[in-house]
Write a protein that binds this ligand. Structure first.
Ligand code: NAD
Ligand code: DAU
Length: 342
């Protein structure tokens, strides 16, 4: 089978490419990535010489390019990871989120309809459900929780989900959607909480915690997200949504303190800074459908996964230090200058 994986030079897409290329040598895995600031071909280095791997640089929202690619490659299955993924950037500049996350998705869907693919899989997020209150630990997101977004990022992801389901109903396109909680693990871009805190703690720099640090995320190791997607594209029911994650809830402050402890760094590095606008309080996934219908079982708990991840960052300094020395530094200075110094 021939797979198109979009966004495969990013964090989760890159991990998925590694997983698929190694697990299924008889399949061809084609990686399409625009190589935005978040795309990094260093992430694909471990598989770039494998005979079942191929890379194209291109934009999922570029209709002419996408249709030419589908004509040439005749994919069986499309897995769409490509997106603008950072909430803080979406608050600063929403437009590119509409272009890539919505228009990019509909462009891929149009090509999938024209070329009659077997399955289109949309990699979505638990953020489409909005947030849960901190004082109701009994509440979880299920697949039927209404969409109720907070940020431009999550709104664009929710819009994309609705288009995916509309293409299924209207044109009969075979689709599935996964809505996953916060991922962490190797190759995570250091603008996101966990890699940001690891890289800054190692440099003895201040750790910017938004608001009171009590916001809760439900952390899933990226490897477990990959196994879930693999299962859903092969055994998931056409037209269905599957939640991925569950029961690894931690407050941001707990996460930061865990990292500091593992690195033997002092808690005095923590700085409470201005809160994110519209900051979601708590995410918590109910993964019952995926576990009972498809038999998915995660390999990592947060406690085992975070130690493996910290170890990876210690052993792969070159990967993330190259990023920190580039245009990322300008982004960090612009985004955090007021928060940290002001
Ligand atoms: P990322 O920002 O690390 O990677 C995104 C990749 O997409 C990059 O390689 C980038 O170059 C590429 N890209 C961006 N715009 C593109 C375009 N127009 N055309 C082609 N490629 C483009 O993101 P991530 O954290 O790996 O997230 C991947 C997907 O998973 C996203 O759809 C995101 O919404 C979803 N998701 C992420 C998480 C998480 O915790 N990171 C959780 C749930 C769902
Ligand atoms: O839930 C899934 C989502 O998880 C994905 O859809 C997104 O693509 C992904 O970026 C992630 O979104 P979050 O906003 O939850 O992740 P982020 O790492 O940006 O922030 C995690 C929490 O940490 C959040 O409550 C904000 C807080 N935070 C973040 C940064 C970058 C801080 O306190 N300080 C920081 O510097």
């Amino acid at each position: 089978m021939k797979f198109l994986v979009t966004g495969g030079a990013g964090f989760i897409g890159g991990n998925f490419i590694h997983y698929m290329v190694n697990k299924y040598p008889e399949d061809t895995i084609v990686n399409l990535d625009k190589l935005t600031y978040a795309g990094n071909l260093e992430t694909c280095k471990p598989v770039e010489d494998k005979p079942n791997y191929k890379f194209y640089k291109g934009d999922i929202a570029d209709r002419a390019f996408i249709f030419d690619l589908f004509e040439k490659e005749r994919f069986d299955i499309v897995v769409n990871f490509a997106a603008e993924s950072h909430v803080d950037r979406s608050i600063e500049d929403p437009e590119i989120f509409v272009k890539t996350n919505v228009l990019g998705t509909t462009t891929l869907l149009d090509a999938c309809v024209k070329y009659g693919i077997q399955r289109y899989h949309q990699v979505s997020t638990d953020e489409v459900y909005g947030d849960l209150p901190l004082d109701r630990p009994d509440l979880f997101f299920t697949e039927t929780t209404p969409l109720h977004t907070s940020s431009p990022y999550s709104s664009a992801k929710a819009a994309a989900d609705l288009f995916v389901l509309a293409y299924h109903r209207t044109y009969g396109l075979p689709v599935t959607i996964s809505r996953c909680s916060n991922n962490y693990g190797p190759y995570h871009f250091p603008e996101k909480l966990i890699p940001l805190m690891i890289s800054r703690a190692l440099a003895n720099e201040s750790l910017p915690v938004y608001g009171d640090g009590a916001n809760v995320r439900d952390w899933l190791h990226v490897y477990d997200h990959c196994t879930a997607i693999d299962l859903i594209i092969r055994q998931g029911k056409n037209g269905e949504v599957y939640n991925v994650g569950g029961h690894n809830e931690r407050s941001n402050l707990e996460v930061v303190k865990t990292i500091l402890k593992a690195l033997n760094k002092p808690e005095s590095l923590i700085r409470f800074v201005e809160d994110r606008k519209g900051h979601d309080r708590r995410y918590a996934i109910d993964p019952t459908k995926l576990e009972t219908e498809l038999g998915w079982k995660p390999k990592y708990t947060f406690d085992t996964g975070i130690q493996q991840t910290i170890q990876w960052y210690l052993e792969n300094k070159e990967w993330w230090q190259n990023i920190l020395s580039g245009e990322y530094q300008d982004y960090f200075d612009k985004m955090y200058a007021k928060k940290i110094d002001g």
